[in-house]
Design a protein around this ligand. Structure first.
Ligand code: ADP
Length: 255
């Protein structure tokens, strides 16, 4: 009888474990479904406004085609360009997140010249900068590094785009890179709207947007992706910010 009781107790324990596994799987499934719904809602919402802007600007350009109003035409061309930039940013965030979830993104460090790489990127990023706004770049130390180029590029594009997006015209952005022994230190600093103190602990959370982000377009996905990329690179990221003064993001990466 004792033997049977022990067997029964073990069977009950296994049953309880299986029950908990099923519950966990169901909970994960529920979270995934919630996430999918949220994605669809955000994607539809985020795409509707820019698409409407492109459509209206395109039809206005059409109207000015045979007129002398070149300035108006240029304004609308500019508007289409920056809206397409926004859409591209949103799409890239969605794609990166999908790949991250599926574990498709790996850290593959390669040796390259960081200074040349950043200079080229800063040049490419002119299109996301505002009027009279530029990225001031300084590197110190040896410029040969060994990190994943794709991950680093994504991280820097995201952080510099944020710096530009959340700053006004004429407010320069500062990018500093330094190699010290086998560590790469990177700082991105802006003089923008900053983040309210109570929001700072949540900025790396998925879908989080600070209270003062107002009408500035965004999904709240960028910093979450950046955080995960930095983790993949075995690095650290830290964000400091002062409301109405600016934001400073520092990265420490092994190289
Ligand atoms: P978003 O797509 O909204 O820009 P992110 O994940 O990149 O999403 O950033 C999360 C939130 O953190 C933003 O919505 C914004 O409120 C705040 N934020 C991020 N970077 C900056 C910055 N450089 N200056 C001010 N606020 C920022």
């Amino acid at each position: 009888v004792e033997q049977r009781t022990r067997e029964l107790a073990r069977a009950m324990e296994e049953l309880e474990q299986s029950k908990q596994e099923v519950m966990r799987a169901l909970e994960k499934e529920r979270q995934l479904n919630d996430m999918k719904t949220k994605f669809v809602t955000i994607a539809s919402h985020e795409f509707r406004t820019p698409l409407a802007t492109i459509l209206s600007s395109a039809s206005l350009i059409g109207r000015y085609v045979h007129s002398e109003e070149d300035e108006k035409r240029q304004k609308h061309v500019q508007r289409i360009k920056s809206t397409v930039n926004n859409l591209t940013e949103i799409l890239n965030d969605f794609l990166s997140l999908g790949k991250l979830e599926e574990g498709q993104i790996r850290n593959v460090p390669v040796v390259f010249n960081l200074y040349e790489f950043c200079k080229e990127m800063v040049d490419e990023l002119r299109s996301v900068c505002k009027e009279n706004q530029q990225v001031q770049y300084i590197h110190t130390g040896d410029s040969e590094v060994c990190v994943d180029r794709h991950l680093l590029k994504n991280v820097l594009i995201n952080l510099i785009s944020n710096a530009a997006k959340y700053s006004g015209e004429g407010k320069d952005i500062f990018l500093n890179t330094a190699k010290v022994d086998s560590t790469l230190n990177i700082v991105i600093r802006d003089q923008g709207i900053g983040i309210p103190e109570q929001d700072i602990p949540y900025v790396f959370d998925r879908f989080f947007r600070a209270q003062n982000s107002g009408t500035i377009q965004g999904t709240g996905l960028g910093l979450n992706i950046v955080y995960k990329y930095v983790q993949l690179m075995n690095g650290n990221i830290h964000l400091d910010s002062k409301l109405n003064e600016g934001t400073r993001v520092s990265l420490v990466l092994p190289t």
